[in-house]
Write a protein that binds this ligand. Structure first.
Ligand code: BGC
Length: 574
């Protein structure tokens, strides 16, 4: 089988190249957990600036910053008080400018997170809405409704929020407002012209400050069309989600909003970019990713898949084709601030269902580390990541992933912060375990995260995953990511992938081989053995390997009888 996929234009990673994003390696920074410069326990912008040499040595093309705006942190910053300022706990606008100058000086682009589905309940317009009467223009910026029952004492519908609990909260005069997430996150009404105009102002504000792109939070949620008589939760859940006519999610009109954003993006040189976080049917990603819209859309398919050759093959084939048809490039991601880190997911005992769910179940059951096969999880995570970094498209790396950092499963209830935990007791443990501040050093109160404590507890084993511990070790995960990201630069000039036959990598001992092999132009070959048993290695010079290679006899694993061990990936040049 040698079908070639994607032959889209050549990409040169020049600083002002408008297509820089197509194959960028993007490093996600969760600012409050990255690096703390002042010892208050919360990561900050000067902390990021101080780590620019680290990011340069890692070899990423861009960073995406999760929200750093003023916020009460009811949802880790995704509850925004003011879209055009910096949270004083995290820094100042002047420090933002310093950070962007330092990143740009190092050739690293900057993507910021935009949260347009909802503001925080402390936003000045929500405060105005609370102070204004029902039916007033101030209320019309949000989604207010009268309640049901004799005195309106019942919510307008029995809908639940994504984090659990009711999706409506009552205000002092008896009306209710809609919040798809926590009650501190009232949903905007995107039919409102002032709301639309204000977001255009925000896009220009950050673009004028030199931001290169935007990650658009809950991009499929903005346009809503709520009938006078609201359907029940059961009726709402039963409605089709892929016909563009669901009252809440993925409505076709949302693309009218993004067309106006596109005009703003394209008024800059180079145009600003955007990537949609849109949890929609795969077939409906194309409109978010179109050149008239946001330009690119996340595909979370690998993040949700088992570590399995067939699953990976089908996901990659589908997404490369779909992205090519929309004129975009796809994105690959295994970990982010919302999911259980992939070395842990891949180390959990197999249960029915998908790995991501296994992670959630394990957390719920107390996150007992002794249940995780940590060695296997890390081995698979390294293989999956090396394989993914060889793919065409944008590669997203979540902070700490480059250290092979596992999930922290056993955060005490008293120290948890995630609203998903508080709003859904016994059902969701939340996402704090992937947001624990990074270990930079082996020692110190917060393992070098800052001069003081860390805002979430770090386990003692964090020291073994610290940058200090991994930096000098050629076998560490950090060294693997650095080597792969350096080599990847050569791959970023073309977007073609050709699946290669795997017949010549027959199983060395037993079992059907679980191998995927693709080539990229320039004689590059990327091979991953997803199965547990070694297979024969295709010939070529080994450039990077996710783990130790073997030889049928003794030796460096590169001779005629070289083998690729189980759960290992390799880059070769033929
Ligand atoms: C973000 C989450 C956040 C939610 C509400 C998501 O998709 O990634 O972290 O809680 O949007 O803003």
């Amino acid at each position: 089988m040698t079908d070639s996929l994607q032959t889209t234009p050549t990409t040169e990673l020049l600083t002002d190249d408008p297509t820089w994003w197509r194959q960028a390696a993007v490093y996600q920074i969760y600012p409050r957990s990255f690096a703390d410069s002042n010892g208050d326990g919360i990561g900050d912008l000067p902390g990021i600036t101080a780590k620019v040499p680290y990011l340069t040595a890692l070899g990423v093309d861009a960073v995406w910053l999760s929200p750093f705006y003023p916020s009460a942190l009811a949802d880790g910053g995704y509850d925004v008080d003011d879209y055009r300022d910096v949270d004083p706990k995290i820094g100042t606008l002047a420090q933002f400018d310093e950070m962007i100058t330092a990143l740009h000086g190092a050739g690293i682009k900057v993507i910021v997170d935009l949260v347009p589905n909802h503001s925080s309940d402390r936003h000045v317009w929500f405060q105005e809405a609370l102070a204004a009467p029902a039916g007033s223009p101030a209320r019309a910026r949000y989604i207010f409704r009268d309640g049901l029952g004799e005195d309106g004492e019942l919510p307008p519908s029995d809908w639940t929020s994504i984090f659990g609990g009711p999706a409506w909260t009552r205000v002092a005069d008896g009306q209710w407002y809609l919040h798809s997430f926590a009650s501190e996150q009232p949903d905007w009404d995107w039919d409102n012209e002032e709301v639309r105009d204000d977001f255009l102002t925000t896009l220009r504000f950050w673009s004028d400050r030199g931001v290169d792109g935007f990650r658009v939070d809950v991009a499929h949620g903005l346009a809503k069309s709520l009938p006078e008589a609201l359907p029940s939760k059961a009726e709402l859940d039963a409605l089709p989600k892929a016909d563009g006519d669901h009252p809440v999610w993925d409505r076709d009109e949302v693309h009218e909003i993004y067309a106006t954003w596109r005009e703003v993006f394209d008024s800059y040189d180079p145009p600003r970019t955007a990537v949609a976080e849109a949890w929609v049917e795969p077939s409906r990603r194309a409109r978010y990713a179109s050149a008239e819209g946001l330009g690119q859309a996340f595909n979370f398919d690998l993040l949700e898949a088992d570590f399995d050759a067939t699953a990976f093959h089908d996901i990659i084939t589908y997404n490369l084709k779909a992205a090519d048809e929309s004129g975009s490039s796809t994105t690959w991601v295994f970990s982010n601030h919302d999911v259980v880190r992939h070395p842990t997911r891949y180390g959990l005992p197999p249960l029915a269902g998908r790995e991501i769910k296994q992670g959630a179940e394990w957390l719920l059951a107390g996150g007992d580390a002794s249940e995780v096969d940590a060695e296997r999880g890390l081995r698979r995570a390294r293989a999956a990541s090396l394989f993914m970094l060889g793919l065409p498209g944008s590669a997203y790396v979540y902070q700490g992933e480059e250290l092979g950092l596992p999930e922290v499963g056993d955060i005490p209830e008293s120290q948890r912060q995630d609203p998903a935990f508080f709003r859904n007791p016994g059902v969701d443990v939340g996402r704090d375990g992937c947001r624990v501040p990074l270990p930079w050093e082996r020692t110190g109160e917060s393992f070098g995260f800052g001069p003081g404590p860390a805002h979430l507890p770090q386990p003692t084993w964090f020291r073994d995953f610290s940058v200090e511990a991994e930096e000098g070790d050629p076998t560490s995960t950090l060294s693997l990511y650095r080597a792969a990201l350096a080599a990847r630069r050569e791959l970023q000039t073309d977007e073609t992938l050709t699946w290669e036959a795997v017949a010549d990598t027959g199983a060395v001992a037993g079992a059907e081989p679980q191998v995927l092999h693709f080539s990229r132009p320039g004689g590059w070959h990327v091979v991953c053995n997803f199965g547990p048993t070694p297979v024969a290695m295709p010939t070529g010079e080994v450039l990077v390997a996710s783990g130790p290679l073997g030889d049928a006899g003794e030796g460096p694993g590169n001779g005629a009888d070289a083998v690729l061990p189980g759960e290992t990936a390799v880059w070769l040049r033929a």
